[in-house]
Design a protein around this ligand. Structure first.
Ligand code: MSP
Length: 527
């Protein structure tokens, strides 16, 4: 366990997104995952801080704004608003939205820079090399494709740079970093990403430049305003600025007082080096404790190519959510793609999965069970004592171990496994109903058995809805409502008390005191 996982607080970050364009589904993917983890940790009763925001400096943004004939700030304001709107549409409950152009952020960056400067880790030197503006990163010649094109932004050529820059002494931290990866094997996840970093670091770390002379759109370097700070140096610190309470003075001490170290940085695999190598080195230099873990997920691809703003092959998340709803989009990406691996988006598959899992397996199960309860049990939760249900009962047996299993899956960010385990209970419930045929039992006058069958199924639906609530909060709230609870999974301040994990993640809590609601479809079939 990481030291930062011990406490009652949990801070998780998404990357701070570049504002070169409106968000696309790749940005939405990380943010959905972060929101799901935040919601899950809240169910556990932790005090949670979900940080997201925008990364607004640098040459890429400066150029985009110029080509749109706008000031970089006006451009950033407009795009940042687009991110806020999408997060709202996707039902993302973030706590902080960090914008790197805010004056509070500048204060934090200055103070941090000073610490690293005082440590003797910053010096002036000559920078020569190939720079990919879309990545905002220098590339080794061997990393580039023919014509010096970037391997991530294949339609963009890297540009040759030869200028004086300030450098950060990354090379000094090679041993510290290697010791960190060894001592904390779960610092970088998944394993494949960890191996990439280990191999990169073992080749020897080189100092990297943290200032620019040809870019105006950035904070001035505190000790030499003829340079601006390299966008990544400032951006990573955006996580720290986000920790400040809205009314507290922007000092490092205040920012680090409650939520530091951050438990989890969620990122895509293209920005792994910055988070798993540069960032910890910068923090060690400044004398600060290190974050809990860095998880690098895969890319969403279209026809095998990374979807991206720079490549222009993106899927518009606003259109997708408007058409299918937030829960559908959230569910599809987390259920269908193994977090950590790449995954292709395909609309037919999207529709098929949602129909199979949410409309048929879960939705129909709830609907037909409630209708049977109405017919055979006077529309009341049957009065069953779970002690009377045998331990080897197929649903009880699955249900009793499901909570812990799903908890492990969520905490390991194995969202697809969490969904599969829950869906296994849902499918077992459908099978159980078909086999038991309560309609026939009812005709035979076996009222007690009918009640026990329907109770077991209702309870399994409830547990499934509870455990899926971080992913599909609206559908889960609707199911809970039909089962007679007033629980709103979107009420983030009350949810841990209204439906604590210790109680609701176990099997057998549904009581006959609850008044069932009207059966209504929870997810309409998609055509
Ligand atoms: N601004 C930097 C991050 C700074 S964090 C202090 C950045 N921004 S970005 O907008 O280009 O990318 C943000 C995140 O979106 C990255 O984690 C990236 O991996 C992710 N994605 C961008 N395109 C993606 C896909 N096609 N699929 C999945 N995620 C992808 O990098």
């Amino acid at each position: 366990m990481n030291p930062s996982d011990k406490g009652k607080t949990f801070a998780v970050t998404t990357p701070l997104y570049y504002v070169n364009d409106l968000p696309h589904i790749g940005s939405a993917y990380t943010t959905i995952a972060a929101d799901v983890i935040a919601r899950f940790e809240r169910l556990l009763g932790k005090s949670v801080l979900l940080i997201t925001g925008t990364d607004e400096h640098g040459q890429k943004i400066q150029r985009t704004a110029e080509s749109n004939g706008r000031s970089p700030q006006a451009h950033s304001d407009e795009i940042a608003a687009g991110f806020v709107a999408l997060w709202q549409q996707l039902n993302i409950q973030y706590d902080r939205f960090s914008r790197t152009t805010s004056p509070r952020h500048e204060a934090i960056v200055k103070e941090f820079f000073q610490r690293v400067w005082d440590k003797g880790d910053i010096y002036l030197s000559q920078q020569q090399g190939w720079y990919c503006v879309s990545c905002e990163e220098f590339k080794e010649e061997r990393e580039l494709l023919e014509g010096h094109r970037c391997s991530i932004h294949i339609n963009k050529e890297a540009e040759w740079r030869d200028e004086q820059n300030y450098f950060f002494r990354l090379s000094r931290y090679q041993t510290d970093l290697e010791a960190l990866y060894k001592k904390r094997p779960d610092f970088i996840q998944p394993e494949s990403r960890r191996n990439e970093v280990l191999s990169f670091v073992s080749q020897g770390l080189q100092d990297f430049s943290i200032s620019r002379v040809n870019v105006d759109w950035g904070f001035p370097v505190p000790i030499d305003p003829s340079h601006t700070l390299y966008v990544w140096f400032d951006a990573l610190l955006g996580y720290v600025t986000a920790l400040l309470d809205p009314d507290s003075e922007p000092t490092l001490e205040n920012a680090l007082s409650k939520w530091w170290p951050i438990n989890l940085h969620l990122i895509g695999k293209d920005i792994l080096r910055f988070h798993a190598v540069y960032w910890p080195a910068m923090l060690i230099s400044a004398g600060l404790p290190l974050p809990g873990r860095v998880f690098g997920h895969g890319f969403l691809t279209k026809d095998g190519q990374k979807m991206g703003k720079s490549l222009g092959n993106t899927l518009n998340p606003v259109a997708l959510v408007s058409r299918y709803g937030a829960d559908a989009v959230r569910y599809y990406f987390l259920k269908e793609i193994e977090f950590g691996k790449d995954g292709d988006f395909n609309e037919t598959r999207f529709i098929n999965i949602l129909n199979a899992d949410l409309a048929n397996d879960l939705g129909n199960l709830l609907n037909r069970t409630l209708n049977m309860v109405r017919k055979y049990c006077g529309h009341k939760v049957p009065n069953c004592s779970i002690e009377d249900i045998a331990a080897e009962h197929p649903l009880k047996a699955l249900g009793l171990s499901l909570g812990e299993k799903v908890k492990t899956a969520y905490q390991e960010l194995a969202f697809n496994q969490a969904c599969e385990a829950i869906l296994a209970l849902v499918r077992a419930s459908n099978k159980f109903i078909d086999e038991q045929a309560p309609w026939a039992l009812y005709k035979q006058g076996q009222q007690q058995t009918v009640e026990q069958v329907l109770y077991a199924v209702l309870e399994s639906i409830r547990l499934s809805a509870y455990l899926l609530s971080p992913i599909i909060p609206k559908i889960s709230s609707d199911i809970y409502k039909q089962l007679g609870f007033a629980t709103d999974f979107n009420d983030k301040t009350k949810i841990a008390v209204a439906a604590p994990f210790t109680i609701h993640a176990s099997w057998g809590i549904l009581s006959d005191k609850q008044k069932l609601g009207e059966p209504r479809p929870i997810f309409p079939r998609l055509e």
